[in-house]
Write a protein that binds this ligand. Structure first.
Ligand SMILES: [Ca+2]
Length: 186
């Protein structure tokens, strides 16, 4: 055994090096982009900024409650929205997460419009009146600059932060740190 180890020690070294390189590559390819909702490129009413000490950086954006609060499927009263731009470093499938606070079951979602094209939505998860992370859909991104728009779908919906990650197993649980290096400001 000793003789065999002596003979093949270079294979063990090679294996160890390969393991480290592979781990480093997998780690480097993992991307998490976090943007504060109030750190938008543009904002269109009725989307507006609100203050709350329990929100990250004490600010959020929201579609204010209307009187009367929308309780039917008549559709949103306006196209109030915020737009964000960000840099995707590695092409792939990314999961959207939003840190949201919904008023009730008639105020618990946003339209999500990626690159002014695909319209989808996020929300309707059944948790109300508290900040929490809501799992969104997945989107295919090429490497480069992209945009995302959160648009009025129901009044009473608040957005604190959102997150995009190509680590599809990642589940955010608390306030995340904003990642300025991925944020495009124009
Ligand atoms: Ca915030």
């Amino acid at each position: 055994m000793k003789a065999m180890l002596k003979k093949h020690w270079h294979l063990a070294v090679l294996w160890a090096v390969l393991a480290v390189v592979t781990a480093a590559y997998v780690w480097a390819a993992r991307v998490k982009i976090v943007i504060e909702a109030e750190n938008y490129v543009s904002i269109t009413p009725s989307m507006t900024v609100g203050s709350d000490k329990t929100a990250s950086a004490s600010k959020y954006v929201h579609i204010p409650l209307r009187r009367p609060h929308g309780e039917n499927e008549s559709g949103p009263a306006d196209t109030g929205n915020t737009v964000y731009k960000f840099k995707i470093p590695v092409a792939g499938v990314y999961r959207l997460w939003v840190r949201a606070n919904w008023y009730d079951s008639c105020g618990d979602s946003f339209f999500v419009i990626v690159n002014d094209q695909a319209q989808s939505w996020v929300g309707e998860d059944g948790t109300y009146q508290k900040w929490h992370w809501v799992k969104g859909k997945t989107y295919q991104f090429s490497a480069g600059v992209h945009s995302i728009k959160f648009q009025n779908r129901e009044d009473g919906a608040k957005l604190d932060q959102f997150l995009l990650t190509n680590d599809l197993r990642y589940v955010p649980t608390r306030i995340e740190k904003q990642t300025p290096s991925y944020i495009v400001r124009n």
